[in-house]
Design a protein around this ligand. Structure first.
Ligand SMILES: CC(C)(COP(=O)(O)OP(=O)(O)OC[C@H]1O[C@@H](n2cnc3c(N)ncnc32)[C@H](O)[C@@H]1OP(=O)(O)O)[C@@H](O)C(=O)NCCC(=O)NCCS
Length: 166
């Protein structure tokens, strides 16, 4: 058979709606099943340090300092794929007016799959933070990411998410 005819048959198959549905199901099932938890006792500090070493600002943190930072945080949410730590966010808050998000990190192999969005939205919608009016954070490199999530740019590295007042 001529190579062009083979190519046409292939295009025809790929354009078949049934095939497209099968492909999207395949894509969906290939996505990692990620579980979030706010139980800081679940944290594996060796994995957390490895995750943080993927950033420019937290690559030199010691295990001891990380343990202190987690212990002093008001909320820590981690994302897990099986037993692999694939993301985290720490929050410092007064639980009424303000909350500051720190160390939002997704494992490089798991980026662009919605995990960063899940982590940030899990933090800002967390029941313990339901009264908080304003969320803030500092980032130089991920401003566009937070904008996709509805945050506003502030001068310098600031980003702000303001809750609608009822
Ligand atoms: C920034 C970071 C947390 C994003 O995590 P992620 O899991 O890849 O993000 P998501 O897949 O949830 O993306 C959510 C949305 O933001 C967009 N997005 C993700 N990273 C982006 C980036 N660097 N620039 C612009 N948009 C970005 C996605 O396309 C997606 O848009 P959509 O929902 O409209 O399709 C991750 O890239 C990371 O860990 N970076 C290194 C650490 C860092 O810079 N942290 C932020 C400073 S605290």
């Amino acid at each position: 058979m001529h190579i062009l005819s083979l190519f046409r048959i292939l295009i025809h198959i790929l354009n078949n709606p049934k095939w497209k549905v099968a492909m999207s199901a395949l894509k969906f099932s290939a996505e990692p099943k990620v579980r979030l938890t706010d139980d800081a006792r679940a944290i594996d500090f060796d994995q957390l340090r490895a995750l943080q070493s993927e950033t420019t600002w937290a690559q030199d943190r010691t295990l001891f300092d990380l343990q202190r930072a987690v212990a002093a945080s008001d909320l820590v949410i981690t994302a897990w794929h099986g037993s692999t730590l694939v993301g985290c966010v720490r929050v410092l808050s007064d639980f009424v007016y303000r909350a500051v998000l720190c160390d939002v990190i997704v494992h490089p192999a798991y980026r662009r799959q919605g995990i960063g969005r899940m982590l940030v939205e899990e933090a800002t919608s967390h029941p313990r933070l339901s009264r908080v009016q304003k969320f803030t954070l500092l980032t130089a490199s991920a401003r566009a990411f937070y904008e996709r999530l509805g945050w506003k740019r502030y001068p310098g590295e600031g980003m702000v998410l303001e809750r609608d007042q009822q």
